[in-house]
Design a protein around this ligand. Structure first.
Ligand code: LLP
Length: 423
């Protein structure tokens, strides 16, 4: 896992002192280091493009901040989107429609109509979606480029809630329907460009990726030999793991790239690989800073109460996810006791970190939560009527606001008290 330097006992992030960031922008706050973000994108792109033509579709569900999208757009990334909202966000950040792939699930006709109007690429998830798309396109179906998501019967992921590729999954075309769906798509006039699968999120082994790619290659070969359909690309989805613990090793992206490219190049006639990493690109580029409000010794347990709850970062509560935490202004101080780091939400599940050895805490200390860039802000909420927090970008010693905090007015903005209740 990536760790950071300190100066005079204070954690530094992107060349800025973390306590200065907390003082200037308040807490809780998400802070992203532009250099790490760019480095992560280049690392995964370079690993694959060394072997074959590569498109990285950054899975923007992980983090849709416009400035972060803009940086990845500058790097040459494409984007994987799951909703019309994500598409519009990516267009606003400067992505051209041909760099945006839409892979929905449970897709409604209205959304699909809006997606078609944007001109972005489409990867269909179901037979009904295929029919709906042909109906919406009408005569424009002929030659419309399409890829198809299949259910490979392979799973990966750190939690059952994020495993997607297993037999019986709600995602993709089941294996026994894959050939009929390609045949139907061909009949309708689509130009069949690719095949896609996503096995799950946050897995640390490369085996499921290789197993899924093997399945995709088999289908591609069958399509070519039996139906004369020659695909241009194979997309094996996202899910590349990231170490969340200090001693955990990095996911070996070079090894993944060489193994997958070798398989594709040797066993098929496909010459382009696509992947959709979300977590790998943004996760360790961002920390979340929160202030210690309260310290409690509750008999067998000691608590550090902070100003960030699961409204700010829900992963520990929702998935039991582990995030490394430190007292950022006591970076090198010895740990003296174990604490649960909790938040202000009125639920006992509101706990960011259990049983962590930390230095003596004081009110006002800054807790830095590591690896907060993926599914951090993007899953935050206004639960308990706490407006969403700020986001800041740091780059070689400079800090810039990239999202202001919401206000109570934002929370009330769309609510209506019927006139009759005001009398
Ligand atoms: N492609 C598809 C089709 C996906 O469904 C996903 C994630 C990705 C790519 C990107 O996966 P990544 O590289 O980020 O692992 N909220 C959960 C993660 C949910 C992932 C959902 N799909 C979390 O906080 O861990």
């Amino acid at each position: 896992m990536r760790d950071f330097e300190s100066e005079d006992g204070i954690m530094q992030f992107g060349g800025v002192s973390v306590t200065d960031l907390a003082n200037e922008f308040g807490t809780p706050v998400y802070v992203t280091d532009e250099q790490i973000l760019r480095h992560n994108y280049r690392k995964v792109y370079d690993a694959f493009s060394k072997f074959m033509d590569t498109d990285i579709y950054y899975a923007c569900k992980a983090n849709t901040n416009l400035a972060i999208l803009r940086i990845l757009n500058q790097e040459g990334s494409c984007v994987d989107t799951v909703s019309i909202g994500e598409i519009l966000t990516c267009l606003r950040a400067g992505f051209s429609p041909d760099k945006i792939m839409y892979t929905g699930v449970s897709v409604g006709t209205g959304e699909l109509e809006s997606v078609v109007k944007t001109g972005c690429k489409i990867n269909i998830d179901s037979e009904m979606e295929l029919e709906k798309l042909a109906e919406i396109l009408g005569p424009k179906t002929r030659g419309f480029p399409l890829s198809i998501r299949i259910t490979p019967g392979v799973v990966s992921g750190y939690d059952t809630k994020v495993m997607t590729g297993g037999k019986g999954s709600k995602f993709g075309i089941p294996m026994n329907r894959v050939l009929p769906v390609y045949i139907r798509a061909q009949e309708l006039g689509f130009s069949l460009k690719g095949i896609h699968a996503h096995t799950g999120s946050g897995g640390n082994s490369i085996d499921p990726f290789l197993d899924a790619v093997e399945v995709l290659i088999d289908i591609a070969n069958q399509l070519e030999e039996e139906l004369g359909i020659k695909l241009e690309f194979l997309n094996f989805g996202g899910g590349l793991g990231v170490p969340y613990k200090l001693q955990e090793e990095e996911f070996n992206v070079e090894n993944l790239a060489s193994s997958i490219s070798e398989m594709i190049l040797e066993e098929s006639s496909i010459r382009k690989v696509c992947l959709e990493p979300g977590r790998y690109i943004v996760c360790d580029s961002t920390i979340m800073l929160t202030k210690c409000n309260d310290i409690k010794d509750a008999g067998p347990k000691k608590y550090i109460g902070t100003d960030a709850g699961f409204n700010t970062l829900i992963r520990p509560t929702l998935y039991g996810a582990y995030h490394h935490v430190v007292l950022a202004n006591k970076f090198n101080k010895a740990c003296t006791a174990k604490y649960d780091v909790v938040g202000p939400i009125c639920e006992s599940g509101d706990c960011m970190a259990y049983d962590r050895a930390l230095p003596d805490p004081q009110v006002g200390d800054i807790v830095a939560v590591y690896n907060a860039g993926a599914y951090g802000f993007s899953m935050s909420s206004v639960y308990n009527s706490r407006p969403r927090c700020r986001e800041v970008l740091v780059n070689n010693g400079n800090a810039e606001l990239i999202r202001d905090s919401e206000t109570m007015e934002d929370i009330w903005k769309h609510q209506i008290i019927p006139e009759r209740l005001l009398k």
